[in-house]
Design a protein around this ligand. Structure first.
Ligand SMILES: Cc1cc2nc3c(=O)[nH]c(=O)nc-3n(C[C@H](O)[C@H](O)[C@H](O)COP(=O)(O)OP(=O)(O)OC[C@H]3O[C@@H](n4cnc5c(N)ncnc54)[C@H](O)[C@@H]3O)c2cc1C
Length: 301
């Protein structure tokens, strides 16, 4: 029986596993195996809502093991870190628990057909301070961390014992693409809701400043200009500050520095200014990749 292995159970890989499971797994025409580094799936476009707190990722996540049983495929937990094409084997790193105790040893999984669907991760282009001081919305864990930082900043602002507006803090979002734009609007809404639940001395209009910074001349660069203009207008109505044509050169604990010399003091910084594929794909047993480590494929994939 053909062994079809899909690595990465995201928007692409999970859908494929379910469909192949129904079409080939159920009638036992092929064995379908899905591998993912996590045991649950949260649809990535929901992560900015998890970050803002309008969505509970645990309520929305899907269990791979349960899906596999229901849709006639097998699930293997593991993080791919290599490939041996001559022997048709995917290599999975050993995994350890939070105490450093090994859960699964290093493994190799045999395949006849392999689908690599590992998605992307944030690309900080090596900007100094980005890794250390920015939240990158790549995973539910990162989105939840952002949310905790946000709630803590709101609590700090209201606990200052001062009048509303005196505990003001800034969330700076680097990258004015879809993720940055959606996150900024969602944040504005969340903090309004938070304050309506009784955060005394906290006025979202006065205490929270939301800033978007982008190196290109307009937000949503990939979309038509009239949409960028309309979105910028709406965001400014929400008092969201927009800096375009501003390249970020450094992030520190204190804030964000731009090439123009402008400095934005910031309590929380989110990096949403680009993506790349995992670094290990860059040199994966002779497969061709581009500058962002993405595997080069034909029109037929
Ligand atoms: C905040 C946010 C908002 C977005 N909003 C939209 C939107 O509104 N509309 C839209 O079209 N797109 C949106 N996107 C983009 C969209 O999420 C991606 O285009 C899509 O998820 C890509 O699908 P994928 O299957 O390639 O990868 P992903 O969905 O990212 O899935 C990759 C999977 O691979 C797993 N994985 C990664 N590395 C390994 C490894 N080494 N070993 C094993 N498993 C691994 C991951 O755990 C994950 O399950 C958004 C993205 C973000 C972050």
């Amino acid at each position: 029986m053909q062994n079809i292995v899909i690595v990465g159970g995201g928007a692409g890989g999970l859908e494929l596993a379910v469909r192949l499971g129904k079409k080939l797994g159920k009638p036992q025409k092929a064995r379908i195996t899905l591998i993912d580094a996590a045991s649950t799936h949260v649809w990535k476009p929901l992560l900015h809502q998890v970050a803002a707190g309008t969505l509970d990722s645990h309520a929305d996540e899907l269990e791979y093991f349960a899906l596999a049983r229901k849709h006639h495929f097998q699930f293997r937990l593991g993080r791919m870190d290599g490939l041996v094409r001559a022997q048709r084997q995917v290599l999975l790193a050993a995994s350890v628990d939070e105490d450093g105790v090994e859960v699964l040893p290093r493994q190799s999984i045999a395949y006849d057909q392999l689908v690599i669907a590992l998605g992307s991760q944030t690309n900080d282009f090596g900007t100094p301070g980005a890794r250390e001081h920015c939240v990158m919305l790549d995973t539910p864990v990162a989105a939840e961390r952002f949310h905790r930082l946000l709630v803590n900043s709101c609590l700090r602002a209201q606990a200052q014992g001062k009048a509303a507006g005196e505990g003001r803090f800034t969330v700076t979002i680097i990258g004015g693409g879809a993720t940055g734009v959606e996150l900024s609007a969602e944040l504005h809404m969340t903090t309004k809701i938070l304050s309506s639940y009784g955060l005394r001395n906290f006025d979202p209009e006065k205490d929270l400043k939301i800033v978007i910074v982008d190196a290109s001349p307009r937000l949503l660069q990939a979309l038509p200009e009239r949409l960028s203009t309309a979105v910028a207008l709406e965001l400014r109505k929400l008092d969201i500050e927009i800096h375009t044509n501003e390249k970020v050169v450094e992030i520190s604990k204190e804030g964000v520095k731009m090439a123009s010399g402008t400095f934005i003091p910031s309590s929380i910084v989110v990096w949403a200014a680009g993506i790349k594929a995992a670094d290990f794909l860059n040199d994966i047993d002779g497969l061709e990749t581009n500058r962002s480590n993405q595997l080069v494929v034909q029109r037929t994939l």
